[in-house]
Design a protein around this ligand. Structure first.
Ligand code: PLP
Length: 365
């Protein structure tokens, strides 16, 4: 029996995608081979990567002057690649100025890594209130090499309610946990990047969407694998790309297209999140710690109103355990913030959210 999986990542995949992958596991497109066994340079694999890219372009409305790259190393490697490619100087530590907004644990990691290669300035932070809101975004400075935000904050459950206008300074965003959850105006950004394992497919592939003028020659000391120009020049095939992940992303994108595209998926996501937040508003036991205006559609942390710390810990661990026994798994909050969290990515059906709410009502009573 399949469970309802609320994992923040790697997370649930749509059942029709898994079933199609299972059917094609040993023989894909009549080639007599698994995708895992194909040469990445073969005529068999070419249509697979091309289909994935063209579906992504279609579903996200990616303009023609942007390149799509399929890389490895996760979103975390982009914390290094962005500064290395947009701001690196003659040597590490001698980079150009870059603006960052600190909205959570992932932003903070991007900031710490960025500071090795760029002169990072944190222009705003919501750390003062445990990252429960999105701070006002100050104007960029004319000599900023780029301006970095985390659009959806997976751990604390916030999202930017509007995209800041950074003028001619390239806006760079980590969209790991919200890619294709809602339509996005790609033209407002210089670079968008996402690890696939939240909303796109299995772990191991990172999608980078980059405006062509930002693919520049970087200083010679920057490693060949960490340069966007290397991967862009070779169509993500400088070395062996994550072939199976690219294939799986293609199946997920096909499923999104069959579900009506980004707008239709967004409608379902708003319904799911709306239902859950409404329940939390009326609950006597649980609440959302996030300011209303900035609540994520994808990741919903919640905590009990119990004041006594020991009782609270006991209650919350009992909740997570009993939920799992009822087929609602991976509801523990992030180890750094505690409490509970329901990640309800695209693949979480409406019935999963309904089942969680009715379990919580029963637990309360
Ligand atoms: C999960 C996550 C990451 C880390 O992704 P990896 O692919 O594991 O490196 C970074 N940023 C955000 C917003 C995430 O949700």
């Amino acid at each position: 029996m399949r469970v309802f999986n609320f994992s923040p990542g790697p997370s649930a995949l749509p059942l029709p995608v898994l079933e199609k992958a299972a059917i094609e596991m040993t023989d894909t497109n009549g080639t007599g081979q698994s995708v895992m066994e194909m040469s990445h340079r073969s005529k068999d694999f070419k249509p697979i990567i091309e289909k994935t890219e063209s579906l992504l372009r279609e579903l996200m409305g990616i303009p023609a002057n942007y390149k799509v790259l399929f890389l490895q190393g996760g979103a975390s490697l982009q914390f290094s690649m962005v500064p290395l490619n947009l701001a690196a100087g003659d040597a590490p530590g001698k980079g150009k100025k870059a603006a960052y907004i600190d909205t959570g644990i992932w932003s903070d990691k991007a900031i710490k890594e960025g500071a090795k290669y760029a002169a990072v300035e944190v222009r705003a932070s919501s750390k003062d209130k445990a990252y429960s809101y999105i701070p006002a975004a100050p104007q960029p400075q004319a000599d900023d090499a780029y301006y970095h935000i985390t659009l959806n904050n997976t751990i604390v459950g916030t999202k930017w309610d509007k995209i800041p206008d950074t003028g001619s300074v390239p806006l760079v965003s980590d969209i790991s946990s919200c890619i294709l959850s809602e339509p996005i105006d790609v033209s407002r950004f210089g670079i968008l990047y996402a690890g696939a394992q939240k909303n796109l497919g299995p772990a191991g592939t990172t999608v980078v969407i980059i405006r062509e003028d930002l693919i520049r020659k970087t200083p010679d000391w920057v490693p060949v694998m960490l340069r966007y120009d290397t991967h862009a020049a070779e169509g993500s095939m400088y070395n062996t790309p994550p072939c199976y992940g690219i294939y799986m992303i293609g199946l997920v994108l096909e499923w999104i297209k069959n579900s009506g595209g980004a707008e239709a998926i967004a409608g379902i996501n708003r319904d799911k999140a709306g239902m859950f937040y409404n329940y939390l508003e009326t609950s006597k036991m649980f609440y959302s710690p996030v300011e209303k205006q900035y609540r994520s559609l994808m990741n919903i942390p919640f905590i009990t109103k119990e004041q006594d710390e020991a009782k609270k810990t006991e209650l919350e661990s009992r909740f997570v355990k009993e939920a799992a026994a009822a087929g609602l798994v991976n509801l523990a909050g992030h180890r750094l913030v505690g409490g509970m969290r329901a990640s309800i990515y695209n693949a979480m059906p409406v019935d999963g959210v309904k089942a969680l709410i009715s379990f919580m009502e029963k637990f309360e009573s």
